[in-house]
Design a protein around this ligand. Structure first.
Ligand code: PEP
Ligand code: MG
Length: 576
C-alpha cells in the first residue's frame, strides 16, 4: 500500500529539552465537532452532563495535589468553572430547550471564552486556551473519546494544542514526548513540560496531517527537529543524543575559564519568576536574584490580588529568599477587561496594556506600589514599569509612587525610600528614545518578547507567523545595541528578561552587545554560567557587532552557530 506520508522532517520550535523515539498517538482536538442537534431524551442528556462533570472534577482534583503556585491556580480555576452554578444553569437551560449536552455546554461556554480570548494580555489569552482545554476535556468525556491518561510508554502525543494539566498526566508515563501545532515557548504547557522534563516541540505546523496513530517518530526538544519514519541509522544516531547532550552540558559547566581579568565581562545571571516556587528554583541554581517577577498570575488569586497586605507578604517572602540579591517586581502588565466591563479592543496588543492600563486605573497602580513599598525594608526590591512608550508615562508613574510613599509615611509604615525604579524596553519607541529616559529611571530591562513583536509587526503568539517572529532579526539586535549605547554613558544598567536571554545563542549575542544582566528561566541559569566561562569578551563583542550588519535572522543564527562551534565546541552537538 502506498504511504500517504508526504513530509518526513519537520522543524518546530524547541520547547522542552530531551529526545524521544516513539510511536505517534494523535489527539486531534479539532475533530471534536459539535453539531446543533436535538437530543432524544432531556433526562439522559442531563445525567450525561452530570456524570461528565463529576468525572472531570475527580480527575482535576486528583492532579491538584501535585501542583503548586500558578499551576495549582489554573487547575483550581478549571474546577471553579466546571462547578460554577451559573454555567451549570445555562447548560441545563439549553438542554431543556432540547439540545444535546455537548451543544448545551459549548453554547454556555462560548460567550465566556470569547471575552477572554480577545484580551490583549498574552497571559489572559494563554489562560483562555487553558479554559478551552477544559471545554475540550468535557466534550471528550461526553463523546467517549480516549483519555491522555491511557497512553503507554514510548508514545509521542501529536496534537494541535495541549494543556498544562494534560502535560502533567503524561509526565507520569515514562518516555513520552509532545508535539503541538500551535502554541509558543511562552505557554504554560511548555513551562510545565520543562519543569517535569517531558520533551516537547511546539509550533510544528502541519504535523497532524503527516502522521497517523502508530507512525514512528523522533522528536528532539533541543533543536525542535521532528523526524517521521526514521531510518535505523537515524534512530541509532538519536538514541545516542541524550548521552551526548548530557556529556556536553557537563563539559560546558566545567569548562575552561578563558575570559579572565579584563577580558571577562561580568554578566549577572538572574532568574524570571511568576511565583515563590520559581524564586526557590532561582536560589537553588544560584542565580543573582530575580530579574523579572511577573505579577500577572497573582491576579488570578483574588485572595492575594484584592488584598494589599497579602500581596505585600508575597513580595516580602520573595525579597527574603533572594536577599541580599535583588528582587525586581514588575507592575502588572494586563489588559483593561477585568475592570472595564464591556470594553473591547480591536487591536489588543496595541491597546490599553502595561503602563497605559496602570495609568488608566491609578488606584490599582497605587495599591501595587503600596504593597511593594511595605515589603521593601530589606532594601533589595526594585520596581519595574511595563510597556512604556513615552517619558510622560514614566513621570506620571513616578508621581503616583510618590503619593503612595506619602500615604505610608502618614500611616507610619516603614519602607525603602530609595527604592530603584526601572522600565521595560519593549517597544521600538522606547528603545530609540533611550537617552530621554536615562534621567527618569534607575535601570532598564529589555523585554525581547514584545520588542520583537512590535519591531517585526508579528503577534508573538501567532501560530502561522511563528517562523517570521525572531529575536535574531538584525533590526531587533540593532535596537538592543542602541539601548546599551544610550544607557551606559549615564551609568544605567541594561538587562534582558525576554526568552532570548535563556537561549544560548541569544545569550552570547546579548553578552557581546554589552548587556549587563540576563534574566532567564531558572533551569537555564547553570548552563549560562558555564557557557560564559568559555568566552573572551573581546571576541564575543567583535562577533556581536558583526551580527548588526547581517541581512536577516537566519544568517545571524547560522553565524552564531559557527561561532559556537569554534569557541564552545561541546555546545555544537545541539546544533548539528
Ligand atoms: C518581554 O516582553 O520580553 C517580557 C519579558 O515580558 P512578557 O513576556 O511578560 O510580556
Ligand atoms: Mg512583555
Amino acid at each position: 500500500m502506498k504511504s500517504k506520508i508526504k513530509k518526513r522532517i519537520f522543524q518546530g520550535l524547541p520547547a522542552s529539552k530531551g529526545v524521544i523515539i516513539g510511536k505517534v498517538k494523535k489527539f486531534d482536538l479539532k475533530s471534536l465537532r459539535i453539531e446543533r442537534k436535538q437530543a432524544k431524551s432531556k433526562r439522559e442528556e442531563l445525567s450525561k452532563f452530570d456524570k461528565a462533570k463529576r468525572r472531570i472534577i475527580k480527575e482535576l482534583e486528583s492532579v491538584l495535589e501535585h501542583f503548586r503556585g500558578s499551576y495549582r491556580k489554573i487547575i483550581e480555576s478549571e474546577i471553579l468553572i466546571i462547578n460554577d452554578p451559573v454555567i451549570e444553569d445555562e447548560v441545563k437551560k439549553e438542554i431543556e430547550k432540547g439540545y444535546t449536552a455537548e451543544f448545551a455546554f459549548i453554547e454556555s461556554m462560548r460567550r465566556f471564552l470569547s471575552k477572554m480570548e480577545e484580551s490583549e494580555s498574552t497571559l489572559f489569552r494563554e489562560r483562555a486556551r487553558e479554559i478551552n482545554h477544559l471545554v475540550r476535556k468535557v466534550l471528550e468525556v461526553l463523546q467517549g473519546k480516549p483519555s491522555l491518561i491511557d497512553v503507554g510508554e514510548g508514545t509521542v502525543i501529536v496534537s494541535d494544542d495541549i494543556s498544562p494539566i494534560d502535560v502533567f498526566s503524561l509526565s507520569k508515563v515514562n518516555d513520552v514526548g509532545i508535539v503541538i501545532e500551535y502554541g509558543g515557548p511562552t505557554s504554560h504547557s511548555v513551562i510545565v513540560a520543562k519543569s517535569l522534563k517531558v520533551p516537547m516541540v511546539c509550533a510544528a505546523r502541519g504535523i497532524l496531517e503527516n502522521v497517523k496513530d502508530g507512525t514512528e517518530i523522533i522528536i528532539d526538544g533541543w533543536s525542535g527537529k521532528i523526524i517521521i519514519n526514521p531510518s535505523d541509522e537515524t534512530k541509532k544516531e538519536y538514541e545516542r543524543k541524550p548521552i551526548l547532550y548530557g556529556d556536553a552540558i557537563e563539559k560546558i559547566i566545567k569548562g575552561p575559564r578563558r575570559g579572565k581579568g579584563k577580558e571577562r565581562k561580568r554578566v549577572s545571571i538572574m532568574g524570571n519568576a511568576a511565583g515563590l516556587e520559581e524564586i526557590e528554583e532561582i536560589v537553588k541554581y544560584k542565580g543573582f536574584g530575580v530579574g523579572l517577577f511577573r505579577t500577572e498570575l497573582l491576579m488570578w488569586d483574588p485572595a492575594i490580588w484584592h488584598n494589599e497586605d497579602t500581596l505585600a507578604e508575597v513580595f516580602e517572602k520573595g525579597s527574603k529568599m533572594v536577599f541580599p540579591d535583588p528582587l525586581i517586581v514588575r507592575l502588572i502588565d494586563i489588559a483593561g477587561e477585568p475592570t472595564i466591563p464591556g470594553f473591547e479592543e480591536k487591536n489588543p496588543f496595541l491597546g490599553l496594556r502595561g503602563i497605559r492600563f496602570l495609568l488608566f486605573e491609578k488606584e490599582i497602580m497605587k495599591m501595587m506600589y503600596r504593597a511593594i513599598l511595605k515589603a521593601s525594608n530589606l532594601g533589595n526590591i526594585r520596581i519595574l514599569l511595563p510597556m512604556v512608550t513615552t517619558l510622560k508615562e514614566v513621570e506620571e508613574a513616578k508621581s503616583i509612587l510618590e503619593k503612595a510613599k506619602k500615604e505610608l509615611t502618614r500611616e507610619d509604615v516603614p519602607f525603602d525610600n530609595y527604592i530603584p525604579v526601572g522600565m521595560m524596553i519593549e517597544t521600538p519607541a522606547s528603545a530609540l528614545m533611550i537617552k530621554e529616559f536615562t534621567s527618569a529611571v534607575d535601570f532598564f530591562s529589555i523585554g525581547t518578547n514584545d520588542l520583537t513583536q512590535y519591531t517585526l509587526a508579528v503577534d508573538r503568539s501567532h501560530p502561522i507567523l511563528a517562523p517570521l517572529y525572531s529575536e535574531f532579526h538584525p533590526s531587533v539586535l540593532n535596537l538592543i545595541h542602541h539601548v546599551v549605547k544610550g544607557a551606559h554613558p549615564y551609568r544605567k544598567k541594561v538587562a534582558v528578561c525576554g526568552e532570548m536571554a535563556s537561549d544560548p545563542l541569544g545569550a552570547i549575542i546579548l553578552m557581546g552587545l554589552g548587556i549587563d544582566e540576563l534574566s532567564v528561566h531558572p533551569d537555564a541559569i547553570k548552563l549560562l554560567y558555564g557557557l560564559f566561562q568559555w568566552l573572551e569578551y573581546k571576541k564575543v563583542k567583535e562577533f556581536a557587532r558583526k551580527t548588526l550588519e547581517m541581512p536577516d535572522a537566519k544568517t545571524v543564527k547560522e553565524k552564531t552557530i559557527e561561532f559556537i562551534k569554534k569557541n564552545i565546541p561541546p555546545l555544537a552537538v545541539f546544533y548539528e
